[in-house]
Design a protein around this ligand. Structure first.
Ligand SMILES: Cc1cc2nc3c(=O)[nH]c(=O)nc-3n(C[C@H](O)[C@H](O)[C@H](O)COP(=O)(O)O)c2cc1C
Length: 325
């Protein structure tokens, strides 16, 4: 029997080279894709499933000054279009990170951004300062979705004044490393916190972190997560994340020439393209890595195909080109 020969569109198959490289505040990435903090550990956990060289950069899980066990179990559940986690920033702490994890990151041969968390400004500063002495680290991603214990537990990331305070303190210590501020979506107006971060000296913005959410076991009438609430991520949040990226890009970042790293439910090339058109220069993939770690390769190929189809030589050409008139 004859094999079914697929008809191909010659414009699709012509292997015109397209340039996927981007720059995040001076750090060159071979392509826009990176891991979303907390979803790929310190790079050792996914080594068997994904060739890390496919990525443009690697982002670590949050690091705090002291090791943290995190919240009690149950701390992760699947929801219909995503997942809910209340890991509670479990991590090995700064000292063990420098001793045990940095050598793993050095082997990646990729730019590394280290996500930093804390409950006081001094905590953040201590970690960021130590990272200045680590050559493989090219940037600090500030996780401001943490409570400030000195100010009654208000989340740094929900109050522009707090964002300014912590960003300004890190600006003073980040010299070698670029400073990326990761915005919380749990606010009424995300452009207000974005503006506060930019005015206090952020080199880049990453967005978004998870949405505070809850799941209930109706039989026991108890919250499913031991922490009661958790952060919602995955495809369910993507349209909200895209809207937020577009708002921040048009109202704050474009004018200030501050690049955005977009994330929230990216699973396919189509999703990544939405973020690029909305104004993101970099892209992070988190929850989808749990489903298919190799999705990054498909996303990259899909972006390249789109660029060829639209006659673009570089991915940079399409950033922020959403038509709204
Ligand atoms: C299991 C899990 C752990 C996470 N841990 C962190 C973390 O340590 N620090 C942080 O800033 N964000 C953390 N996040 C948030 C992600 O980096 C990302 O902002 C969010 O999940 C949206 O992207 P996604 O829908 O592609 O997962 C975590 C998300 C998940 C699902």
């Amino acid at each position: 029997m004859k094999k079914n020969v697929e008809k191909t569109d010659p414009t699709e198959t012509a292997e015109k080279t397209v340039d996927l490289s981007v720059e995040i505040a001076g750090v060159k990435l071979s392509n826009p894709l990176m891991t979303a903090s907390g979803t790929c550990g310190y790079a050792d956990e996914y080594a068997d499933f994904l060739d890390m060289r496919e990525l443009g950069a690697f982002v670590t899980k949050s690091i705090t000054v002291k090791p943290r066990k995190g919240n009690e179990y149950q701390r992760v559940i699947e929801t219909r279009a995503g997942m809910l986690n209340a890991i509670g920033l479990a991590n090995v702490g700064l000292e063990a990170f420098l001793r045990e994890k940095v050598p793993l990151l050095e082997r990646l041969k990729l730019p590394v951004f280290v996500n930093v968390a804390g409950t006081t400004v001094d905590d953040y500063v201590a970690v960021a300062q130590a990272l200045e002495a680590v050559p493989v680290v090219r940037g600090v991603e500030l996780n401001i979705s943490c409570p400030n214990v000195k100010e009654g537990g208000i989340q740094f990331g929900t109050d522009p004044r707090q964002v300014e305070l912590v960003t300004g303190a890190l600006r003073a210590v980040c010299r070698k490393n670029i400073l990326i501020v990761k915005l919380s979506p749990n606010v009424t107006d995300i452009t207000a916190t974005a503006r506060a971060a930019v005015e206090a000296g952020a080199d880049a913005l990453s967005m978004i972190n998870t949405f505070t959410a809850m799941a209930i076991d109706v039989e026991t009438r108890r919250p499913v997560l031991a922490n009661r609430t958790g952060g919602l991520s995955g495809p369910a949040i993507r349209p909200i994340a895209v809207r937020m990226v577009h708002e921040v890009y048009t109202k704050v970042a474009r004018h200030a020439r501050v690049p955005i790293i977009g994330m929230g439910g990216i699973q396919y090339a189509h999703d990544a393209l939405e973020f690029l058109l909305a104004g993101a220069t970099g892209l992070a993939v988190g929850t989808s890595l749990f489903v298919n770690p190799a999705c990054v390769v498909d996303i990259k190929n899909g972006i390249a195909q789109y660029l060829r189809r639209h006659g673009c030589a570089s991915v940079r050409e399409i950033v922020g080109t959403l038509k709204t008139d």
